[in-house]
Write a protein that binds this ligand. Sequence first.
Ligand code: ATP
Ligand code: MG
Length: 247
Amino acid sequence: MTGPDIPESHPRYESLLTRHRIEEGVDLGITSRQGLIAQGRGEAFDYLLGEETLPSADEAERVAAAHLLRADHAVLSINGNVAALAPGEMVELAAATGADLEVNLFNRTEERMEKIAAHLREHGAEAVKGLTADGRIPGLDHERAKVDADGIGSADVVLVPLEDGDRAEALAEMGKTELVIDLNPLSRSAQTATVPIVDNLIRAVPNITAHARDLADASEEELAEIVEGFDAAAALEDAERAIRSME
Ligand code: ATP
Ligand code: MG
């Protein structure tokens, strides 16, 4: 991949780099044009958050790591924006937690599915699920419902960064523990999550991995305590307060 011509001293370097990666994702055919709009919405919230991880988001990231480590079968869902922004980081998180990777697209086309799977393999993924599509999420229309039966279909814990609100709700209704990364604390995806992580995917994913490494030797009891002590409503309220007050 070619880098953009942005000096590192630019005050909004990270943001411009992120934008460039999404653009490149569209050019490569892994990100949909809708993904550009989602990126714009995300940037606006990140700007208001000061483009930093809140302490409450860092805590949610630790809780997410504990859930992934405790899971019988965890799956990390990958869409076009995730594949463009953090492919290597998602592969690393999967390795650190023993989770599967599954391509899961709102605007599903076989071509884009294949391209994203290949892109993840280029970034070190060994197995990528999502192409079998022999499972269904109840309550969604045909194309939107497709998942792998031995992937998201049978997972007890799913990490869904930037998931569409309808699908986030449907997955929650299936009884799955849902970890959602979304910069908008008011989005339905964040609201229905077991663990809403209001942070930029770019910062959140490596931080969940760091927490997972830190917790690698933690006991079952310790992990259970971390998970049970989490208050999702308080995390969402804290993020909304930070956005509204811009302190
Ligand atoms: P709703 O959830 O309210 O129904 P939606 O899911 O239909 O809305 P989209 O624009 O499709 O709305 O969702 C994109 C979501 O992803 C937005 O909430 C945006 O804040 C979030 N987002 C975009 N880029 C990132 C990113 N890099 N990191 C985290 N969240 C992001
Ligand atoms: Mg949403």
